[in-house]
Write a protein that binds this ligand. Structure first.
Ligand code: UDP
Length: 426
């Protein structure tokens, strides 16, 4: 029986030595016979490994062969040991396999949707995967269909490649370590996850506990009197509230990120040009990067401090947008306060969090092109603070706030999961 399919393109990576190519081709033939012609196979080997296969009778039209280099440098005289050929092929493997894919895609005009590889070429495969289009959706991972390759932490992408670090190895090892843990405890509310990720995780881990946001006690306490705020942010916001309502842009990139100088300049120019009042938590040593005269020109409309009481700032009714690096604490603090966001993810988990903010919860927007530019940020600020789309983001942000506050209550799942954790620990 033929299984009907949409147009798919399968790249097949051969280990081009000994008897390896033949069973792989036979597998492809079986697949080709079991499926419709909507399935295209690109069989990538070397000239030497492909040649005997091409003479096989009754090869269907939807299998095409591509030959890449065997990795033996020109003029190189091979010794007697057969492993030398293997090593040379594997060394050149990632680049060659990528070339094979490029050839196949150029000819078929179909992007590769699936890869079948001989287990011996998996290191090359990882490298090829790392080279893949950064816009590729991660729809092959349950719950991550909205995420793209570019959202992944660099250390996850580098895992298995030449750029692999001890940290990327550590992250990769979590896949085998976590299923051994009796409990895996997550700093998050399950009610905030509308994807199927949780079901998938539950199927892979012994026990998966969502215990809520661990850096915040909810409900948040009432705002402290503004005179207890050392940097004067809250009284400044009180004043702005009277004058401008809820249209202050609060800007902070957390404790670790240092944006490159040109982006600091772009943020300053955008804040000044947009005309919206702003409160910017900017590390003292970065102030030197601000455009000449910026602080003086914006002294009426803006305030730049080295540290702000962030949770209280976000809870102050005058803040209308949070320009953030998408650190998870910042995003969680913000979710408890219902403020829409402009996101500029830098590294680590920022990309995934930014994508959740924009595409899953729809409570913010990521800056165009992934970096701050004057025009790009002005556009985002207007979108959030003035336009219809921004109003919808605000409504969504208030819904998310309600979800968090309900989830943090005694009937929420976090309280039950925490009870389970207590039982396990005691
Ligand atoms: N923070 C703050 N005031 C500031 C800047 C940052 O209180 O002026 C706090 C913020 O509230 C958050 C933390 O610093 O709790 C930053 O954590 P996040 O996970 O957002 O980013 P990271 O610093 O880990 O990159």
């Amino acid at each position: 029986m033929k299984i009907s399919q949409e147009k798919k393109h399968v790249a097949v990576f051969v280990f081009p030595f000994g008897s390896h190519p033949v069973p792989l081709l036979n597998l492809v033939l079986k697949l080709a016979h079991a499926t419709t012609n909507n399935l295209q196979f690109s069989f990538i080997g070397t000239e030497h490994s492909n040649k005997p296969l091409l003479s096989k009778p009754h090869l269907p039209d939807n299998i095409k062969f591509y030959s890449v280099s065997d990795g033996v440098p020109e003029g190189h005289v091979l010794g007697n040991h057969p492993i030398e050929r293997v090593n040379l092929f594997l060394e050149a493997g990632p680049e060659n396999l990528q070339k094979g894919i490029d050839m196949a895609v150029a000819e078929t005009k179909e992007r590769v949707t699936c890869i079948i590889a001989d287990a011996f070429v998996t290191p090359s495969l990882t490298k090829c995967a790392n080279n893949s289009d950064t816009n590729t959706p991660l729809d092959f991972i349950p719950g991550l269909s909205k995420m793209r390759v570019e959202d992944l932490p660099e250390d996850v992408i580098n895992s298995g490649s030449e750029e692999e670090t001890l940290f990327s190895k550590t992250l990769a090892s979590l896949g085998s370590v976590l299923p051994q843990a009796e409990e895996v405890v997550v700093n998050f509310f399950v009610e905030l996850d509308p994807t199927s990720l949780v079901h998938d995780m539950r199927s892979k881990l012994k026990c998966f506990l969502y215990v809520g946001f661990l850096t915040l006690s909810l409900p948040l306490p009432p705002l402290p009197p503004s005179d207890t705020d050392a940097t004067g942010c809250l009284s400044w916001l009180d004043h702005k509230k009277k004058k401008n309502g809820g249209s202050v842009a609060y800007v902070s990139f957390g404790t670790v990120v240092t944006p490159p100088p040109h982006e600091i300049v772009a943020v300053a120019e955008a804040l000044e040009a947009s005309g919206f009042p702003f409160l910017w938590s900017l590390k003292e040593h970065l102030k030197d990067l601000l455009p000449r005269g910026f602080l003086e020109r914006t002294s009426e409309n803006g305030k730049v401090v080295a540290w702000a009481p962030q949770t209280e700032v976000l809870g102050h009714g005058s803040v209308g947008v949070f320009v953030t690096h998408c650190g998870c604490n910042s995003v969680f603090e913000n979710m408890c306060n219902g403020v829409p966001m402009v996101c500029r993810p830098f590294f680590g988990d920022h990309g995934l969090t930014g994508r959740m903010v924009e595409d899953v919860w729809e409570i913010g927007v990521r800056v165009e092109g992934g970096v701050f530019t004057k025009d790009g940020l002005v556009k985002c600020l207007k979108l959030v603070l003035v336009e219809e789309k921004g109003k919808r983001m605000k409504e969504n942000a208030l819904k998310v706030k309600k979800t968090v506050l309900d989830a943090a209550g005694p009937q929420g799942k976090a309280a039950q999961d925490f009870k389970t954790l207590v039982e396990v620990v005691t």
